[in-house]
Design a binder for this molecule. Structure first.
Ligand code: NAD
Ligand code: IMJ
Length: 257
């Protein structure tokens, strides 16, 4: 298979179903010829993720709940056995308790704060550190997914906004730590997309409408557009970019009004 990522090996965390942003990334990476491993978070998602993996001819499917250090260790062992090395790691994982995404940030609970940060921010360095021996000196690329709620107030995004700020800062520190080993680290800040993680969010339709009305491109974006930027960041075309957050949001982030 041709494609500008052929010969490269990638690991992708965060595919839950066909609407997942990580699925858009997986499709783009496969299209460009990357060999992939995928994970599922918990038994409930296993069958669905295995079926999706089959669609893309992805053979390596492993469990990984990022709150379980043993599962991250086993994941990296499994990827090492399957591939022998790793060029790309896509992190598409986020979680906060539903009650934290209602009401005010002021009311964030200690456990809610800790869980959101553990799953949505700490998991990036946690997986990256363990994957390091597989990625060293291969011009590797680490890519995570973030949202503008890290730098602007989006009502109800609450503790997730604070966790995304930590995630984006993490991207910069990891870029500094891993640059000397030839590994780049970047984030894609996606505009809103109707996924499982966006379902049941109060006011989501109105946010989509406002972006269609006000963004420079006068429309919303989809997971395939995020996937294409992910493929670019995974490739040597982006070899001069690290520590950055790239917006794929139809230009919405430039607006002041
Ligand atoms: P999604 O629900 O499809 O993906 C979230 C993923 O996180 C799921 O695959 C879920 O299994 C995984 N996950 C949750 N807890 C986990 C744990 N403990 N261990 C391992 N995995 C766990 O929703 P999505 O919208 O595709 O979200 C993917 C990423 O994109 C997230 O980081 C999200 O913040 C980001 N993002 C989404 C949007 C949007 O509007 N949908 C916009 C910007 C950024
Ligand atoms: C999430 C909450 C509030 C407003 C929101 C979102 N907007 C967007 C999202 C405007 C676009 C989606 N997003 C960017 C996320 O990062 C979502 C994370 C998330 C969603 C849920 C819902 C179900 C649940 N826990 C969650 N944890 C994290 O129980």
């Amino acid at each position: 298979m041709g494609g500008f990522l052929s010969g490269k090996k990638g690991l992708i965390l965060g595919v839950a179903n066909k609407r997942s942003v990580a699925w858009g990334c997986a499709k783009a990476l496969r299209r460009e010829g990357m060999e992939l491993a995928m994970t599922y978070a918990g038994d409930r998602l296993e069958a669905g993720v295995r079926q999706l993996a089959e669609e893309l001819e992805v053979e390596t499917v492993l469990p990984c709940d990022v709150t379980k250090p043993d599962e991250i260790d086993a994941l990296v062992d499994g990827v090492g056995n399957a591939f022998g090395g790793l060029d790309c790691f896509v992190h598409g994982v986020a979680f906060a308790k539903r009650e934290e995404l209602k009401g005010t940030y002021l009311d964030t609970s200690r456990e809610g704060y800790q869980l959101a940060h553990e799953v949505s921010a700490y998991s990036l360095p946690a997986v990256a550190r363990r994957a390091m021996p597989l990625m060293e000196d291969r011009k590797g690329s680490i890519i995570t997914l973030t949202y503008i709620g890290s730098v602007r107030v989006i009502p109800k995004y609450n503790v997730m906004g604070v966790a995304k700020a930590a995630l984006e800062a993490s991207v910069r520190y990891l870029a500094h730590d891993l640059g000397p080993r030839g590994i780049r680290v970047n984030a894609i800040s996606s505009g809103p997309i109707r996924t499982l993680s966006a379902s049941g969010i109060e006011g989501f339709n109105s946010i989509l409408d406002q972006i269609a009305e006000r963004s420079p491109l006068r429309r919303n974006i989809d997971a395939d557009e995020v996937g294409d930027v992910c493929a670019f960041l995974a490739s040597e075309m982006s070899r001069g970019i690290t520590g950055s957050t790239i917006y794929v949001d139809a230009g919405y982030h430039i607006m002041g009004i």
